[in-house]
Design a protein around this ligand. Structure first.
Ligand code: ADP
Ligand code: ADP
Length: 234
């Protein structure tokens, strides 16, 4: 049951001047229920790859199938709609809207989807129970710690019940206690609700918790713990 199937995808920045091959002919399969880390040096293409798989950016070459739909073939409008229902995003900078409360931030996508008030309230209360922040629902992001803001960002990503979550350095701005707390939350969602995760990270403690580790170097997959290497060491 393949969730994500990226076929020979490439992304070149500045093709007209000094081309940067940010993602270079990558092939990637992710199965449902995976908890996979994307690692590699700064500039190796992690953010670009996550943006391509999440449909935030289009590849120059290749196809990306998510649950059977080739997202590279969707119109801009259809792509937004597809993302809304299928993919959750968590960014390192949280990206919460400062003038909205924690609850309003989390239910924003549900408003866009036209979900009715009673259902929104029910779902958001359930999410804040899961992230352990029921008592902070009415508070604005600035009054929350970094770890609490990131947990709200996870709640927001989960609100539309996506089966697949992409996270770009979700623990980068968190202290170690908050980082491990967030990992516990992600792992619980993965194990209890089979939500598929693909997250980039530099943090060795986060890498340790992944069940599969994919390493990017210069826009290519240098190693993948799910693939047994057949080449001789050198
Ligand atoms: P990582 O997330 O691993 O740090 P990125 O995907 O951010 O890597 O970047 C991969 C490469 O693409 C880097 O060389 C980076 O400088 C370049 N790059 C990323 N975004 C852009 C952009 N919008 N315009 C030009 N070059 C970019
Ligand atoms: P990270 O390494 O955490 O992915 P970066 O600092 O490399 O973050 O990039 C932050 C943002 O700047 C990204 O949105 C990326 O697309 C953009 N960016 C990175 N490198 C370049 C570049 N050479 N030219 C233009 N934009 C870039």
């Amino acid at each position: 049951n393949i969730v994500i199937d990226a076929h020979n995808i490439s992304k070149v920045y500045n093709p007209e001047t000094i081309p940067v091959y940010a993602v270079n002919n990558i092939h990637l399969h992710l199965q449902e229920g995976e908890f996979t880390a994307l690692v590699g040096p700064s500039g190796s293409g992690k953010t670009t790859l996550l943006n391509l798989i999440g449909g935030l950016d289009k590849p120059d070459h290749g196809n990306i199938y998510i649950n059977g739909t080739d997202i590279t073939k969707l119109s801009a409008r259809k792509l937004i709609e597809f993302r809304l229902h299928n993919i959750g995003f968590v960014f390192q900078s949280f990206n919460l809207i400062p003038v909205l409360t924690a609850k309003e931030n989390a239910e924003f996508i549900l408003l866009l989807q036209g979900v009715k008030r009673a259902e929104r309230d029910k779902r958001v209360l359930q999410l804040f129970t899961e992230i352990g922040l029921v008592e902070k629902m009415k508070v604005r992001p600035a009054q929350l710690s970094g770890g609490q803001q990131q947990r709200v960002a996870v709640a927001r990503a989960l609100a539309s019940k996506p089966r697949f979550i992409l996270a770009d350095e979700p623990t980068a701005n968190l202290d170690s206690v908050a980082a491990l707390h967030l990992l516990d939350l992600m792992e619980a969602l993965n194990q209890e609700e089979q939500v598929t995760f693909l997250f980039s990270t530099h943090d060795p403690r986060v890498i340790n918790r992944a069940r599969r580790v994919i390493t990017l170097v210069d826009g290519s997959i240098a190693s993948d713990s799910a693939v047994v290497s057949t080449s001789a060491p050198h």
